[in-house]
Write a protein that binds this ligand. Structure first.
Ligand code: COA
Length: 158
């Protein structure tokens, strides 16, 4: 594993995180994903980082109030200035063994300096079959997101 390539957040889903049905708001999950990924990107680049794009955030299962939430964010691909992070969210009843995969996504951050100028980041090198596979998926996600950006510009006008 590459040093400093992974962060993990763990906490309980609180009453202020949930809707009237006792399920965590989608926007709250997105905030947690953004925070865990920011920590991962800053730890990797040793710079302040900004979110460039969040791709294919999937809501697979709801997270319930009182569940223990675990967010794992891993660098799986780097470009010149961008870091592509694979995030998995899991939830469990802390009194039980069973754990559920609730969300996954790829999110891209860029490192910038004090003037807002993009900064080059250390290169991520995959060291296992799993890391090679995740890098491939991240690259295909990046290519797809850039294609979508182009379609917006061509068809929507900005
Ligand atoms: C993020 C920002 C600095 C990028 O500006 P930019 O210089 O025009 O971006 P570029 O097109 O040069 O792309 C920058 C990097 O992101 C990558 N990228 C661009 N679009 C992407 C997308 N849709 N998905 C994934 N990666 C993407 C590029 O490949 C490039 O990476 P590289 O240097 O490793 O090749 C600018 O858009 C910005 O300030 N956005 C607002 C950020 C923000 O407010 N975030 C939320 C709060 S932190």
């Amino acid at each position: 594993m590459n040093k400093n390539s992974e962060t993990e957040f763990r906490f309980l889903a609180e009453p202020t995180d949930v809707n009237f049905g006792g399920k965590v708001h989608g926007g709250m999950v997105m905030k947690w994903i953004d925070q865990a990924s920011y920590a991962c990107a800053a730890q990797w680049s040793k710079h302040y980082c900004v979110t460039v794009s969040a791709n294919a955030i999937r809501f697979i299962q709801p997270i319930l109030v009182g569940q223990m939430v675990t967010i794992t964010a891993r660098i799986v691909h780097t470009g010149r200035t961008s870091m592509h992070i694979y995030v998995v969210v899991r939830a469990s009843d802390p009194k039980k063994e069973e754990i559920t995969d609730t969300n996954r996504c790829f999110i891209t951050f860029m490192a910038i300096d004090e003037d807002g100028t993009p900064v080059e980041v250390p290169t991520f090198t995959p060291h296992s079959k799993e890391e090679e596979m995740l890098e491939k998926v991240a690259i295909s996600g990046k290519d797809f997101a850039k294609k979508l950006d182009k379609h917006y510009q061509q068809m929507v006008g900005w």
